[in-house]
Design a protein around this ligand. Structure first.
Ligand code: ZN
Length: 190
């Protein structure tokens, strides 16, 4: 499964598409939307919250790629965040926030689905709780990480997947900025 590096960069890119103004200089434009970019990056990583029980037990994959990597969890987590958000700031948590959260969590499952996976169970139960069949695309666009333990995560074997994720992640981010700039030439900012 892809790491938080790639999920986070994709989430920040989607956040920029939603809330960025497409203006130059980019640094100033980024600074204006920084809280939302960070929130997008964090939300895109949310399904990987299932690493935490494994972190406790010393085996990172112990509870990984189970219920939190399903469509049902994506919908439930989105509904939960929206409910809490609406109680806090009703104006900010309308249908746009719902679409945004679904897109972020959905991007996580789509990315994991095209990442090589060598740690059983290979894939994740997209149809949970109705089906426990592990799903994975028949092709892989991103390499697998060695991540049975924290020591393995920081090992040299992961330099290559990290480099690929950084390059691909920044390419996605750049594509999102380019798309938003193209959009704002013709239309008002979303
Ligand atoms: Zn994941």
């Amino acid at each position: 499964m892809a790491s938080p590096v790639f999920h986070g960069l994709t989430g920040a890119g989607l956040a920029y598409v939603l809330a960025g103004d497409g203006s130059l200089p980019l640094f100033a434009s980024f600074r204006k939307t920084l809280p939302l970019l960070v929130a997008g990056a964090v939300a895109a990583c949310l399904p990987d919250i299932d690493y935490l029980p494994g972190l406790w037990r010393g085996h990172l994959n112990a509870a990984h790629q189970l219920a939190t990597h399903s469509l049902a969890w994506v919908v439930l987590a989105t509904a939960g965040i929206l409910l809490v958000g609406r109680a806090w700031q009703p104006a900010r948590f309308g249908w746009r926030a719902a679409v945004f959260l679904l897109a972020l969590a959905g991007s996580h499952l789509a990315i994991d689905g095209v990442t090589a996976d060598r740690s059983p169970p290979c894939g994740f139960p997209l149809g949970w709780p109705f089906s426990h069949v592990a799903m994975l695309a028949p092709f892989a666009l991103l390499p697998a990480w060695e991540k049975a333990s924290l020591a393995e995560v920081v090992g040299m074997a992961n330099v290559r997947p990290l480099a690929i994720e950084l390059a691909a992640g920044f390419a996605i981010l750049a594509a999102c900025i380019w798309a938003k700039r193209g959009w704002t030439i013709f239309k008002a900012a979303l």
